[in-house]
Write a protein that binds this ligand. Structure first.
Ligand SMILES: Nc1ncnc2c1ncn2[C@@H]1O[C@H](COP(=O)(O)OP(=O)(O)OP(=O)(O)O)[C@@H](O)[C@H]1O
Ligand SMILES: CC(C)(CO)[C@@H](O)C(=O)[O-]
Ligand code: BAL
Length: 284
């Protein structure tokens, strides 16, 4: 595995491969890797000749009171995991390499970036879309892999690629979970044992809501009401948002008569956890 810290170094390695028709897949991450990231890597290795993993904790997607400086980091451990997963190239730029000067230009997702998580984290999806666009221009991959756990992020990126004609196929990968259902996330490491136990309620409530939808419940209010009661009964979990959205454009649905995604965010101790579950009414 080759590690590259500069754009020039990475391009020097990738340009000849691309010219020779070798397919390149990229997995953008912020590091502190877990089995969820490794599933993205596994898919990328299966579907491409060469895989590039990027590790960059992007400052522009964190708000001033968010956890950029304390975001978990362990580069040596990450590199060992990627080596074991047979990754070909890892790109580990410093902040100055990606932002040598303040940007004059940004990609601003409108409705999709302002709704849901975007309401609680203003500017977050501008930071994400802009750095992902930069990474696409740096790596020039044929495919890029993103987790469905960050469902709004995946939707924003799919839409950016469609709107701006990026020549990259976006692959969404199902959420990898701990045995008890908790979605894997780098920030889970910050949960105390009690908070970690309490956090299980989120995936349990999502499964409960999805089962109601699959059994034919068409009213979002009824499904959300039941889920809200389940989550609010759990001590130590502060529900921040709970929505049932159209799976394609994330618009709120008035009646569930097709594929939807249930999205939840909740504060558990120091961590804002997010999770999702897709569901659709089963044909009777
Ligand atoms: N449990 C998971 N299953 C599948 N993909 C995941 C999972 N967790 C993260 N990913 C994906 O990995 C990519 C990199 O995510 P990131 O490095 O921010 O990790 P994270 O675990 O989501 O961290 P955070 O604690 O910031 O939420 C994203 O596309 C994200 O959706
Ligand atoms: C896509 C991403 C790497 C952009 O910084 C980040 O938001 C993440 O890890 O999900
Ligand atoms: N995986 C989402 C990145 C963030 O929380 O900033």
């Amino acid at each position: 595995m080759k590690q590259h810290e500069t754009i020039a170094d990475l391009r020097a390695a990738l340009d000849p491969l691309r010219s020779a028709g070798i397919s390149i897949g990229v997995v953008p991450t912020m590091g502190y890797l877990h089995a969820g990231h490794l599933e993205l890597v596994r898919r990328a290795c299966k579907e491409n000749d060469v895989v590039v993993v990027t590790i960059f904790v992007n400052p522009t997607q964190f708000g001033p009171r968010e956890d950029f400086s304390t975001y978990p980091r362990d580069m040596e451990r990450d590199l060992a995991m990627l080596r074991a997963a047979s990754v070909d190239h890892v790109f580990t730029p410093g902040v100055d390499e990606i932002y040598p000067q303040p940007l004059e230009t940004a990609i601003v997702p409108k409705r999709l970036g302002e709704m849901l998580i975007g309401k609680a984290r203003p500017g977050h999806f501008t930071g994400v879309a802009t750095v992902v666009a930069k990474l696409f221009n740096i790596v020039q991959p044929g495919r890029a892999y993103f987790g469905e756990k960050d469902f709004q992020q995946l939707t924003v990126i799919r839409r950016m690629v469609a709107d701006l004609n990026f020549a990259v196929e976006i692959v969404g990968v199902p959420t990898v979970r701990e045995e008890d259902g908790l979605a894997m996330s780098s920030r889970n490491v910050r949960l105390s044992p009690e908070e970690r136990q309490a956090a299980r309620v989120l995936s349990a409530a999502l499964a409960e809501g999805a089962a109601m939808i699959e059994a034919g419940e068409a009213s979002p209010e009824v499904v959300l009401g039941k889920m809200r009661a389940t989550i609010e009964a759990q001590q130590g979990v502060a529900l921040r948002s709970l929505d049932i959205c159209d799976v394609g454009n994330l618009a709120a649905v008035e009646r569930i008569d097709g594929p939807v995604v249930i999205l939840v965010t909740a504060q558990v101790g120091p961590v804002l956890l997010i999770d999702q579950h897709e569901a659709r009414p089963q044909p009777s």
